[in-house]
Design a protein around this ligand. Sequence first.
Ligand SMILES: Cc1cc2nc3c(=O)[nH]c(=O)nc-3n(C[C@H](O)[C@H](O)[C@H](O)COP(=O)(O)OP(=O)(O)OC[C@H]3O[C@@H](n4cnc5c(N)ncnc54)[C@H](O)[C@@H]3O)c2cc1C
Length: 267
Amino acid sequence: MFTIQEYAMPETLQEAYDILKAQRSNVILGGCAWLRLGSRRIRTAVDLSKCGLDFIRENGEFIEIGAMTSYHSVAASDLLKSVFDGVIASCVTSIIGVQFRNTVTVGGSVYGRFGFSDFLTPLLALDTRIVLFNRGEVPLKDFMTMPYEKDIVVMVRIRKDGRHLSYQNMRNSRGDFPILNLAVSYGEAQGFTVTVGARGPKAVRAEKTSAYLTGHCRQKDEALLQGACDLLVSEVSFTDNMRASADYRRLISQVFLKRAVREVTGW
Ligand SMILES: Cc1cc2nc3c(=O)[nH]c(=O)nc-3n(C[C@H](O)[C@H](O)[C@H](O)COP(=O)(O)OP(=O)(O)OC[C@H]3O[C@@H](n4cnc5c(N)ncnc54)[C@H](O)[C@@H]3O)c2cc1C
């Protein structure tokens, strides 16, 4: 169980950031579902509830999701249900239960960059940016490999470019962590983007597989899909853990890839 010495609820992000930077053991609080599992001794805990970060909105070409938005709000959002085949709303619905999803936040989930994340794998297949208070806007692809700096996740911005999106995941039992997840996005202008998560390490884009599918998509046959599967398992690494072996993940990823490509293209 973590301990907190002082609790701050600033009204501006500048104030929140100043407190965060003031001491090494100061932290930002999201929904605390993950934080509470650790044993950190927090000097000042910074609650962003008064900073106006609970929103899901359209802003020009982008959809913006504030850091203090809960996963339940994501799942219930009519706006998110209306874009990308509803996948951004539905991808979080297998995470434990409604009460849990009412607590956990988009900011905590993004900052954590958890390898098993059901949220980040589909977002990584889109033109998604993370807005950080100090560093500014960073493509999610780059953010995934950045070190854990002391900064504040302000919002997620996703370009509304009309792509189709499919998200596949598998769990050993309901409410457990996924043992593998995979997303494919497709648009005529953008081609294919394939991402794989819950493979052991963090989610990644399968760049070679994406380029192969985009370059050969006129072929539209089983040979194309099998070629993409062969590339996928050669470019993406999978690891063993208590939930599944690397070999099992490798097999499942190929089934997911074929299924997802068929879903986004209608082949
Ligand atoms: C038992 C359990 C099971 C789970 N199962 C799944 C699952 O199956 N699939 C899945 O995708 N996820 C799962 N999760 C993860 C969960 O969905 C959240 O992603 C996770 O709890 C973090 O969100 P939070 O709001 O609780 O963050 P917190 O626990 O509050 O914070 C997590 C980290 O992020 C930092 N932080 C929080 N907000 C910000 C911010 N705005 N800016 C900068 N830093 C910030 C905190 O300081 C902390 O370091 C699970 C979590 C738990 C505890």
